[in-house]
Design a binder for this molecule. Structure first.
Ligand code: ISL
Length: 562
């Protein structure tokens, strides 16, 4: 009985839309997006057909990492509005038959959160809420190499910061202002569950859980394998261990269990593999509903995400196919090309020049036809591209700025580093949303916090709404199709042509229905055989391929046989 019910979980047929509030719509002219701006654009999102809105963090925050450093879990940062604005937004989301999930960032708090402020006092009852440690035995605090272990921060340097007040170090896997909570302490876990219940009682429909696979550290905090200081070194000791599953099961029991039919949870889990993902998402284990894995985001770079490599299509296909098969019988996949941490998909995987429209829609077709819950990141539905950052001064993101400063100090070429940031910097995705061709793309009447991409005059929602051949209209059709065709949601996946370097091909089967997906991932024509006697369910050229044995540049088609 229970399996049947979970098999039909509502979020399996849902499409999620991610809003980066800072850059979505500014209603008060201060140059920063806000809740009332989002509310004004709900009709646009409803017409797009998405079911769930995920808001990146809107809580009070010093904004060291754009809100992923929270100083109060029960409020709204004044730059985004008030709790009353939030309630009004949530009510209207529900009236429009959509749901809203919050970003839950509980691996760490801001160093300005009252819990941490209190914890800095060694005598405080909250001392143990964070990871405080003395210098390495035999070393003096502050000496080079005296950090308690060799773990690196994601944003450069050691993951340990010395606090002069007590002469001890605290752990921060991200910036110095993002301090890791100690989930070993039951009071910490209870405090987090309380926050979650508070938002659920307010009516939110679930959570996207930031770096949730990193909440449980090995309390011995052992050194990682020796590399030059690198965030991944310590990973075996702080990600995906046995404890994280114990805590997520507890969280599920304490918070989610009474409401599991109505809410959804998606955990962000960098570095997770298929086997671990199955543990996180197996409904019988009652942890979380789905995870964001990163394997397909790692196929086009070297050791560092800024070490840009060309995409070799068979690698991408093999990776996604492994996840399709791996979570086929147990668990559930998320599907995404983009989010606020990644470069724009059409610039990264497609052709953002001549074939921008075709490649944006081909990417969408391939992604949405896989099995899993698709996530659309704001602007992706317009075919938004990377931005032409002129100099390092145009970037705002702490990750890009720290990386650049560190590499320049180590003798790297500033021009080459700038190219890397242009290709992969997170600010590409964070430039303001393009609503129309008025100044600043209709995003703000003030000065935007991050410059608007100048191509907004051609690429914007207003222009795409009146163009039936636009990327936006194609997304609408694709999203609508999911509601009509059960094979898209539930069909079994089978990869075809795994070695083909330009054509992405796969089948989906459910009962008597079979779907064939073909997409040309190149700007030249490619050979691919269509199905005879099949219905063309959707295609991104508006007409069927003139030659049934060929695809036009970046052409994508879905055939259906029943
Ligand atoms: O952006 C990345 C590439 O360097 C990722 O490694 C990212 O840091 C990682 O996926 C964790 O991301 C999440 O937590 C971070 C925050 O900066 C990201 O915006 C968030 O999505 C710390 O809270």
């Amino acid at each position: 009985m229970q399996t049947a019910r979970l098999g039909d979980a509502w979020w399996k047929s849902a499409v999620v839309y991610q809003i980066y509030p800072k850059s979505f719509a500014d209603s008060d002219g201060d140059g920063v997006g806000d809740l009332n701006g989002i509310r004004a654009h709900l009709p646009y999102l409803q017409d797009l057909g998405v079911d769930v809105l995920w808001l990146s963090p809107v809580y009070p925050s010093p904004q060291d990492d754009n809100g992923y450093d929270i100083s109060d879990y029960r409020g709204i940062d004044p730059v985004f509005g008030t709790l009353a604005d939030f309630d009004a937004l949530l009510a209207e989301v529900h009236e429009r038959h959509m749901r809203l999930i919050m970003d839950l960032v509980v691996n760490h708090t801001s160093d300005e959160h009252p819990w941490f402020v209190e914890s800095r006092d060694p005598a405080s009852p909250k001392r143990d809420w964070y990871w405080w440690r003395p210098a390495r035995p035999g070393m003096r605090a502050g000496e080079p190499g005296a950090e308690p272990n060799n773990w690196g921060s994601w944003f450069g340097g050691s993951a340990w910061q010395l606090d002069p007040r007590s002469g001890e170090y605290y752990l921060h896997l991200f910036s110095r202002k993002q301090v890791d909570l100690n989930w070993e302490n039951p009071e910490v876990r209870e405090a987090v569950y309380d926050v979650m219940r508070w938002w659920l009682d307010r009516g939110v429909d679930g959570f996207r859980m930031d770096v949730i696979n990193m909440i449980a550290k090995d309390p011995a905090l052992p050194d990682g394998a020796v590399h030059p200081s690198n965030s991944r070194d310590g990973m075996p000791h702080f990600a995906d261990g046995e404890r994280v599953h114990r805590y997520l099961q507890e969280l599920h029991r304490e918070v989610m269990a009474p409401r599991t039919e109505h809410v959804m949870t998606v955990g962000e889990t960098p570095g997770v593999n298929v086997e671990q993902a199955r543990l996180f998402t197996d409904p019988a284990r009652a942890e979380i509903d789905m995870v964001f894995q990163f394997e397909h985001m790692d196929v086009d770079h070297g050791e560092s995400r800024f070490d840009v490599r060309p995409l070799w299509l068979p690698d991408l296909k093999a990776s996604l196919a492994r996840w399709q098969t791996g979570l086929d019988a147990t668990g559930w996949n998320t599907l995404y090309w983009s989010n606020h941490d990644q470069a724009r998909a059409v610039s990264r995987f497609g052709d953002d020049g001549r074939y921008r429209r075709e490649s944006a829609t081909a990417l969408a077709t391939v992604l949405h036809l896989h099995r899993g819950t698709p996530f659309v990141y704001q602007g992706e539905e317009l075919g938004a591209t990377n931005a032409p950052f002129a100099s390092v001064g145009d970037f705002r993101d702490i990750e890009s700025l720290n990386y650049y400063a560190g590499e320049v100090a180590a003798g790297g070429s500033p021009e080459e580093l700038l190219d890397r940031l242009r290709a992969r910097g997170r600010d590409n995705a964070r430039t303001p949303m393009h609503w129309d061709d008025s100044p600043n793309a209709g995003f703000t009447t003030g000065t935007p916090w991050l410059a608007v991409n100048p191509n907004y005059r051609e690429i914007n929602a207003a222009a795409e709404l009146v163009d039936p051949g636009s990327v936006l209209h194609y997304y609408r059709r694709l999203i609508a199709l999911r509601k009509q065709e059960a094979a898209i949601v539930h069909g079994r996946f089978e990869l075809l042509l795994p070695d083909d370097e330009t054509v992405y091909a796969f089948e989906r089967r459910l009962g008597a229905t079979a779907l064939l997906v073909l997409a040309n991932f190149s700007s030249e024509p490619a050979h691919a055989d269509a199905w005879a006697d099949a219905e063309l369910l959707i295609g991104n050229y508006g007409d069927p391929p003139p030659d049934p044995a060929a695809l036009r540049p970046w052409e994508a088609v879905v055939y259906r046989r029943a």
